[in-house]
Write a protein that binds this ligand. Structure first.
Ligand code: EPZ
Length: 418
């Protein structure tokens, strides 16, 4: 198993370019079932994307990867389509469950492995199935698989989600794309990645509008078969490097982003004391050594994202006083805390709230990555800690951060993969 060795206390300086969004790419790849030919640019070449590509090839799509251009060409010539998403592919990458909606609505059936839980929580899919049943799907669970059928196709309906779910909203949109009649989906997640999926489906001819937390999809017949799309930037990767720059940077340019999408994150980071100069498609993070404590609760967009919770926690170890982070989205998303404490962080957890005392000097240690965002919080801690930090199980990191060492080593940091 590969590890990362980080030499702490090296000043971060230079420019970091942000890759395309993993969480926008995954539902868009599931939507490529609908097109005959899709050319997709600014794809992040991370493990989860390769797993989704493997899944689409298993289903029968033909995919060409142009690594140098971070782009894909995806062909669906409708021959030998296998509407099955096997356990071995879905167990490591939960977003594989997103092909359920697209396969079902296009081919009238789908057999998709239940994703199972992961380190941060049980990750149920009841809301996904709730939405598909509303559209007329017959759903059975057997031997760990979701077996869905819609012999006469799906029929538009009103779907009112009892709670907000990104994945369930995406599956509902994908299924409704090809349903007869009109579908209204209420209490939707409205993350930027969902708006990106809507833009993609509109290019495929969808008649789809989003207002507030309601999405309306009206069946339309002019299906487009060939499309091009540039994936939006990864706002969580951007937030991660903004925090890295705040922790140990003097002057760092973060580019290839749209600062307007980072409104809430920037508001919170400025409150903590991060010095940020906004440009049209980049941010300049300036040096600051004094950070203020803050209390935040993770919320669905446009609230503070749970995917930045672990990273912000590292910054708050350097803030004056006791900060509070309440994790309201996932039931077990504090796996990074015991590892950060081994590096000297002073953190207590009480009913889903972490109390972080600062400022504390962190010291390098051997630590263990447990999930994607927890692992990157250990990298951030390693950057600001004394001496060297060794991070085990960095396959978690490779799921969602493209070329992390290269991006940081190009900015005077010393990170080595062994
Ligand atoms: C997406 O996961 C993201 N993944 C996650 O990012 C992100 O943390 C999460 O949204 C929240 O923003 C992708 O987009 C691929 P949810 P998703 O359905 O769709 C519960 C990362 O680090 N729930 O919005 O699985 C669920 O247990 C990943 O990139 C149900 O109860 O998240 C959770 O408590 C991690 N039933 C809450 O809703 C369901 O059917 C929010 O989950 C579905 C979800």
């Amino acid at each position: 198993m590969q590890k990362l060795i980080i030499t702490g206390k090296r000043e971060l300086k230079g420019k970091i370019s942000i890759s395309g969004s993993k969480n926008a790419s995954l539902p868009i790849l599931a939507a490529c079932v609908f097109s005959n030919k899709a050319k997709i640019k600014n794809i992040p070449l991370v493990k989860d994307i390769f797993t989704m590509i493997e899944l689409l090839e298993f289903i029968g799509l033909k995919i060409k990867i142009f690594k140098k251009q971070n782009s894909l060409e995806i062909i669906n010539n409708e021959r030998k389509i296998n509407t099955l998403a096997p356990y071995r592919l879905v167990k490591t990458m939960r977003a594989g469950v997103l092909v359920l909606g697209s396969l079902l609505t296009k081919y009238g059936k789908a057999k998709v492995s239940l994703p199972g839980g992961c380190a941060i929580g049980t990750r149920p899919v009841d809301l996904h199935l709730f939405a598909l049943k509303k559209l007329g799907a017959k759903i059975k669970i057997k031997n760990g698989y979701i077996i869905a059928e819609a012999k006469k196709g799906l029929k538009g309906a009103v779907i009112k989600f009892p709670s907000i779910s990104v994945g369930a909203t995406e599956n509902a949109i994908l299924a409704a794309f090809n349903a007869k009649g009109k579908t209204i989906i209420k209490n939707c997640a409205v993350e930027p990645e969902i708006k990106e999926l809507i833009i993609f489906l509109k290019k495929l001819g969808a008649n789809i509008t989003l207002s507030g937390r309601t999405i309306t999809i009206i069946e339309n017949l002019q299906k487009v078969s060939e499309i091009n799309h540039d994936i939006m930037f990864d706002r969580i990767e951007a937030g991660t490097y903004i925090i890295a720059s705040a922790l140990i940077g003097k002057k760092v340019l973060i580019d290839k982003i749209n600062p307007k999408i980072l409104k809430k994150e920037l508001e919170i980071l400025k409150k903590v004391g991060v010095k940020i100069k906004k440009n049209r498609s980049s941010l300049l993070i300036l040096e600051n050594k004094k950070f203020k404590k803050i209390n935040i609760v993770t919320k669905p967009y446009p609230g503070f994202p749970t995917d930045l919770q672990a990273q912000l926690m590292v910054l708050l170890t350097q803030a004056d006083g006791v900060s509070k982070i309440k994790e309201e989205i996932f039931e077990n998303r504090f796996m990074h805390v015991p590892e950060l404490k081994r590096m000297g962080a002073k953190i207590k957890i009480k009913n889903k709230t972490a109390y972080i005392e600062g400022p504390t000097n962190l010291t390098g240690a051997e630590v263990m990555a447990t999930d994607l965002r927890a692992s990157v919080s250990l990298v951030l801690a390693g950057l600001v800690a004394e001496n060297r930090t060794l991070i085990n199980r960095i396959y978690h990191l490779d799921r969602g951060y493209e070329a992390l060492e290269n991006k940081l080593n190009a900015c005077n940091v010393k990170i080595k993969r062994i």
